[in-house]
Design a protein around this ligand. Structure first.
Ligand code: NAD
Length: 370
């Protein structure tokens, strides 16, 4: 079939490149946002979602790609930030032709953007994309990839929760602690297992009640209702489902000294970091504690290729990064979320400065250095 893919640049201030790809032959309507490549190629997942409009998709892809820049900067992955979204209902529109067209759109950016798994995109979908572009990560181990990132994300969140327990209670042991997990999906269930193995009592809520019951049987997660999970008394609230769950409505109802979970963009607005701090709730900034997955993927770019030991070693630095942010927050009387943003911005500004200085020191063509 001949491709009818039409690629259009969308000028968006503050973003290196934003492109729209439309292919009526397969129903593709996608946007890729490359936010920043100062630290390396822009890596971020491909999300499919039934957005109500292109404006809504653009808003989401901008927000997510900027988040990836910050996440990779603080986690020191050597990568920049980008993201891709496909507009559509995954139950209705998924097809091989659709992913081939998406792959061509990814390829058109020549490696400036590298794609990966995200909501409603599976490794199988990525395998199709790989047929038309090499700029894909997170493929199965047998195909030279780093595999499913979720267990690595869960490991980082587990270590981050322990760091938070140590910070608040002076003892990072999980034994006897209660953790309320909102969303026991890929990350939430792996996190629950680690916590239970370490002696914590874990409560879980999920819309997928069958899966929750299975987790109750298999590992002892105690199921609670969707509303209860947010308000129950616990030592840690671990949101692992959706973004924006920390807002004016929910924060006053929290009954926990710690919020530390895997979901992205947990604060509805940046100011909610202060609302949490004012209530004396310790917050583990989302993109710092949930960086295990991207750290794992980033190891694919190391000269010797993917090595799990290297990935685990880097993930084990997450607790230290969190403790440094909490200390900055304490010393400077700012919320930890602001401390994380400042750190990311400083890392990016330094790297931009170094690039500029390097560019200025290159002698003009035709001159020789003695
Ligand atoms: P997932 O889809 O496997 O799990 C999410 C779970 O949340 C599902 O089981 C879903 O039924 C449940 N859920 C949805 N709405 C809910 C609600 N209102 N109340 C309770 N449960 C609800 O996704 P995942 O891969 O486990 O990721 C979880 C979160 O972590 C997402 O926000 C994702 O963006 C973020 N994250 C994931 C990774 C990763 O490596 N998978 C990395 C970084 C961040």
């Amino acid at each position: 079939m001949t491709s009818t893919l039409k690629i259009t640049d969308l000028p968006v201030a503050g973003y290196e490149r934003v492109v729209r790809g439309v292919d009526p032959s397969c129903g593709l309507h996608a946007i890729i946002a490359v936010h920043d490549t100062t630290l390396g190629p822009a890596l971020g997942g491909l999300r499919m979602w039934p957005y109500a409009s292109e404006d809504e998709a653009l808003f989401d892809v901008k927000r997510l790609s900027r988040g990836m820049t910050f996440k990779s900067a603080v986690a020191k992955t050597g990568l920049g930030g980008g993201k891709a979204v496909m507009i559509g209902d995954p139950k209705k529109v998924k097809s091989e032709a659709l992913y081939l067209a998406m792959g061509r759109l990814v390829d058109s950016l020549g490696g400036k953007y590298i794609t990966a798994e995200d909501v409603n995109t599976s490794v199988q979908d990525l395998e199709i994309i790989r047929r038309v572009t090499k700029h894909v990560t997170g493929l199965e181990r047998k195909d030279g990839g780093s595999g499913n990132p979720s267990p690595y994300t869960a490991y980082g969140v587990f270590l981050g929760i322990r760091a938070a327990l140590g910070w608040v209670f002076g003892n990072d042991a999980c034994k006897g602690r209660t953790v309320a997990i909102q969303g026991t999906g890929a990350v939430g269930s792996a996190l629950a297992k680690r916590l239970i193995d370490a002696g914590a009592k874990v409560y879980g809520a999920d819309r997928n009640t069958e899966r929750l019951q299975q987790l109750q049987k298999e590992i002892g997660v105690v199921p609670v209702g969707e509303n209860e999970i947010l308000t129950m008394k616990c030592d840690v609230f671990a949101p692992c489902a959706l973004g924006a769950v920390l807002n004016d409505d929910t924060i006053p109802k929290l009954n926990t000294p710690i919020v530390a979970g895997a979901a992205n963009n947990l604060l509805l607005e940046p100011r909610h970091g202060k609302v949490l701090a004012d209530r004396n709730v310790l917050y583990a900034p989302d993109y710092v504690i949930n960086a295990g997955g991207i750290v794992n993927v980033s190891v694919e770019f190391h000269p010797g290729g993917y090595d799990e030991k290297v990935a685990l070693g880097k993930i084990e630095r997450i607790p230290q990064a969190l403790k440094e942010l909490w200390q900055i927050a304490k010393d400077e009387r700012i919320p930890p979320s602001d401390a994380a943003d400042r750190l990311a911005e400083r890392i990016l500004a330094d790297a931009r400065g170094q690039k500029k200085a390097a560019a200025c020191s290159v002698p003009p063509k035709g001159t020789r250095r003695g």
